[in-house]
Design a protein around this ligand. Structure first.
Ligand code: 2P0
Length: 322
């Protein structure tokens, strides 16, 4: 059976950085995210008896080496669950730059999980899909359910999965991704996670996490944008402080990244209520209410060096395309 799925990328407001169990990708802390309407991966999967190996094409290029191995490992998990040993053809397309800190592994593994399991004849629940996607890439588990999502740490593999806190239409907030660098990053997130514990600030980060998660969930529930924004911005700075103080240090920012961050703070002083968050890459995500997104766009047009702007609303999770 040929199956195609579309999976959104997601932006975390409370970040996943550091794992309790590396192999099983069980995170050290709970994270909270929103699925993105305009940054997604579409993946087609077919298990075919005529194939003598797995064929994997991403963005028009045949994938080899470590990247292929990671995808083949995931296909092996699916094959094991389905009790088949057929090789697969996988064709995947991102509508945004891969490997630039925009969670292409999240949407990529979510799409592969949903298309792959269906193509293998499995009918998994949302929870099972989220657990399986997590084994491919941690943040992928958050791209499975709809809208605003929580991924609770969990103790063992079966209880570390994401679920929807609110539907996409619940709150009219936008994430404007400001692309300032499109090169793949030097240090992958998977490697970065392993360095988190070496920062002297990591313990403090984890100690404050439960309170932060509780507070942002309450801000989401009450649609308190000011509280929501302040927490997500502090959280991004907190995570990047851990990154920059790891051994060896990880600097994901470019000079433009800092310029945009400072602009956001200035706009806020001018009463344009915006907040920033940044993942493991140089691009800045500007969070605002949708009523203000036009103003943000106009401001960004005046900043030289902004390569691209992608405006997202909250979106549904991963689904099969007919
Ligand atoms: C997040 N990031 O919560 C954080 C913020 C990047 C910075 O999840 O090793 O690619 O595949 O489980 O999911 C990136 O980590 O790591 C990530 P793996 P993943 O979105």
């Amino acid at each position: 059976m040929k199956v195609k799925a579309r999976a959104p990328s997601n932006i975390a407001f409370i970040k996943y950085w550091g794992k309790k169990n590396e192999k099983l990708r069980i995170p050290a802390n709970t994270s909270i995210s929103m699925n993105l309407s305009e940054a997604y991966t579409e993946t087609f999967v077919e298990f075919d008896n005529k194939l003598s190996k797995d064929l994997i094409v991403i963005d028009g290029k045949s994938v080899e080496g470590n990247e292929k191995e990671r995808i083949v490992d995931h296909l092996n998990l699916i094959r094991k669950m389905a009790g088949i040993d057929t090789f697969a053809e996988v064709v995947s397309k991102n509508n945004f730059p891969k490997g630039a800190g925009m969670a292409s592994s999240a949407s990529g593994f979510a799409a592969l999980t949903v298309a792959g399991t269906k193509a293998a004849g499995l009918n998994l629940s949302e929870k099972e899909l989220s657990v399986l996607a997590r084994l491919g890439s941690g943040s992928a588990c958050r791209s499975i359910p709809d809208g605003f999502v929580e991924w609770k740490t969990g103790v063992k593999s079966g209880d570390s999965y994401a679920y929807s806190l609110q539907a996409p239409g619940y709150w009219d907030i936008c994430d404007t991704i400001v692309v300032v660098g499109e090169k793949a990053k030097k240090v992958s997130s998977t490697e970065g996670h392993t360095k988190a514990f070496s920062s002297p600030f990591y313990k403090a980060r984890i100690l404050g996490m439960n309170k932060k998660v509780k507070e942002i969930k309450s801000a989401l529930k009450n649609k308190d944008f000011t509280k929501f924004g302040r927490i997500l911005e502090e959280e991004a700075i907190n995570m990047h402080t851990v990154m920059m103080t790891s051994k060896p240090p990880l600097f994901y920012w470019l000079p433009k990244t800092l310029e945009i961050m400072q602009s956001v703070i200035t706009w806020r002083e001018e009463d344009l209520e915006t907040y920033f968050t940044i993942d493991a890459g140089p691009n800045v995500h500007i969070i605002c209410l949708s009523k203000d997104v036009k103003k943000v766009r106009i401001k960004l047009k005046k900043i030289p060096g902004v390569k691209k702007v992608i405006v997202n609303k909250a979106s549904e999770g991963t689904h099969i395309l007919k």
